[in-house]
Design a protein. Sequence first.
Length: 69
Amino acid sequence: MRKRLEGVPEPIKEIAWKAQVRLSKRYARLAAAGKDQRKIITAVGRELVGFIWAIGIKAEADSKLRMAA
């Protein structure tokens, strides 16, 4: 796992870790409330898309900075 993270900018690692923590808690909370498994996965998946979008925006901004330098 650490080998895969080599070369990944720190802000992107932070977003990914924040997503991991938040989404695992959300999944556990919804499961404990007795929600339907498909609805839980859909809810967590929708939120995951937001984190993926944030990582994409950050990566794009970083690449533009590197190109300008």
